[in-house]
Design a protein. Sequence first.
Length: 345
Amino acid sequence: MIFRQLFDATSGTYSYLMASRRGGEALIIDPVLEKVDRYLQLVTELDLKLVKAVDTHVHADHITGLGALRDRTHCITVMGENARVDVVSMRVSEGDKLTIEGLALDVLFTPGHTDDSYSFLMRDRVFTGDTLLIRGTGRTDFQNGSARAQYESLFNKLLKLPDETLVYPAHDYKGDTVSTIAEEKAFNPRLQVKSVDEYVDLMGKLNLPNPKMMDVAIPANLRVGLAQDEIANKGWALTAQQAIGLIGDRQVTLVDLRERTEREKHGLIPGSLHAPYPELQENIRPGGVLHELACSTQRRIIFYCAFGERSAMAVQAAQDAGITSACHIHGGMDAWRKANGPLLR
Ligand SMILES: [Fe+2]
């Protein structure tokens, strides 16, 4: 396995790049905007293909690299289902698996630092975001934080992991890089409390100043979305309502870009084909399934995904590959569901 812990000294942020093999798919957790060039250089040096960029929560102290990485690599952006970010490509919730080739991370909902904080467990290690830090815990006094919720996330979820589990946090300001669950149980001063009330009391007395970047970072981090309007302005978008009207039309083919697990969990549009986003390039190039389908049958290709982001990128790529009929459903399955479009489960 390839595993790299990367550091942004300005914000004290750790980002994690991982892949199962050289030449394979890679995933990055908590990337920082200013470091995007560095990540992409490393991705190239290690001959990796970045396919997913994940944030553990909406950060208040740095601007996320999610949008820039998506724009430069066309990777899938991922956050928890309750993050109030405008658009990410994929949203995950407790119990889901976040997968790339050869690796699977278990998704743990660990609110408290913020109400959208998630942790990700991969084999012998857990990425704890700002929920559990080394000898500390993330503050709970803004972004709908809750010391009570954080106590639950810590004591009833993270600390229940095996003692030897490695703890990789999103931040450290003292120079520590990694810990273990056993070490934190024994030596983390915030965890030496006897009750939830004692923890709430402790967190309530911290009186921390706001992060320097907060006023810039939070608004920026809430707007990660790809400008789907650009695709719409080019005439390549359908509203969910328009797409509903095309169900059963033999002149169109609906193409679902989501992963199998998303289809199983959220349902799919009846009669649609499944062509996962990671395989898009093979499918749209001359000779590829979608290219042949569009050219030989003159059918209009209508892409869709969870929120319209993957499909917007797919439309642009398909148009670039000569599939001039390609368009997508603006807002994806989320808009489809809100418009009461039929679902197959
Ligand atoms: Fe944070």
